[in-house]
Design a protein around this ligand. Structure first.
Ligand code: SF4
Length: 291
């Protein structure tokens, strides 16, 4: 039995309580939704599709009501840049008030003005801010001043607890110590390592950098929660509380064209149609959706 509090993010597992498999929740524990492929940055390692696509907010709310009814615990909005989605604050507010889902989003942070932060407060439970490298590395990779990002972090704190997402590759690994220090000082509660994944244009994290990352993780004990993406966890000392959980019970992704997939890196999936997102999930689970 898994108890979850969306407001605090507290998870309680009662493994002494047997639950009949017939009563198990059918939805994945967590979903991510790419609201739009649009982004105003051009990071060289970006894996978001460049096809111009965005979802309809009414459809998204319908899917999330359905997922909530079927036991999903949280949604992470992303993109592209989700704050460029028209009506983003209204969407977050609707989902937070009409479902029991924890609402999070991942952002480059540069659009999080004090005004937008004020609009989002109360409608979001956690914010993930991407910060791949610091100082000159950040400026070179993201094309924006690092000082501007730091100024935005001061406002993000007023929205909700936040974490830092850090893509690890040969360009950024040398900045890990500084990035963690900055994250702690800025008030972040989590530091998410994202070892760069291969795409059609890039080969992903190289073996030397992956070795340096493993050594760094084993030799550091940062003053905030250290986490790693499932796709990049190989060889790292991770805690797996839900040992019996299948990947298809843990997570699913809907891209900006409304296609349900097992991860944002997948090229194929099942289009969510009028039958709803749970119907698409059943098709995906049966393996009938791969073209
Ligand atoms: S901010 Fe994110 S979505 Fe935008 S280009 Fe960079 S990696 Fe891609």
């Amino acid at each position: 039995m898994h108890l979850f509090d969306a407001a605090t993010g507290l998870n309680v597992l009662l493994d002494e309580v047997p639950v009949d498999p017939q009563a198990w929740d059918q939805a994945p524990r967590q979903v991510s939704i790419a609201l739009t492929n649009t982004c105003d940055l051009a990071c060289p390692y970006c894996y978001a599709p460049k096809l111009n696509a965005r979802l309809n907010a009414t459809r998204v709310v319908g899917w999330l009501r359905e997922l909530d009814d079927n036991g999903c615990l949280g949604v992470g909005f992303g993109g592209g840049e989700p704050t460029l989605f028209p009506g983003f604050t209204s969407l977050c507010s609707t989902v937070a008030s009409q479902t029991g889902l924890a609402v999070t989003f991942t952002t480059h942070g540069h659009r999080l003005t004090a005004g937008l932060c004020d609009e989002l407060r109360g409608s979001v439970h956690f914010v993930r801010v991407s910060m791949d490298g610091v100082g000159a590395t950040y400026k070179r990779l993201r094309g924006r001043p690092f000082a501007t990002l730091l100024a935005r972090l001061a406002d993000v704190r007023r929205v909700a607890p936040f974490g830092i997402n850090f893509v690890v590759n040969a360009d950024t690994i040398g900045d890990l110590d500084s990035a963690v220090d900055i994250a702690v000082k800025a008030g972040a509660s989590e530091f998410l390592l994202l070892p760069e994944q291969p795409t059609v244009h890039r080969s992903g994290i190289d073996e030397d950098t992956a070795t340096r990352l493993r050594e760094w993780v084993c030799n550091n004990d940062p003053a905030l929660r250290l986490t790693v993406s499932a796709a990049g966890a190989d060889g790292l000392p991770v805690c797996v509380p839900l040992t019996g959980e299948l990947p298809s019970e843990a997570y699913a992704h809907v891209d900006a064209q409304g296609v349900l997939k097992w991860s944002s890196y997948d090229l194929e999936g099942v289009a969510v149609d009028d039958a709803g997102v749970m119907a698409a999930l059943h098709v995906l689970r049966e393996g009938r959706g791969a073209a």
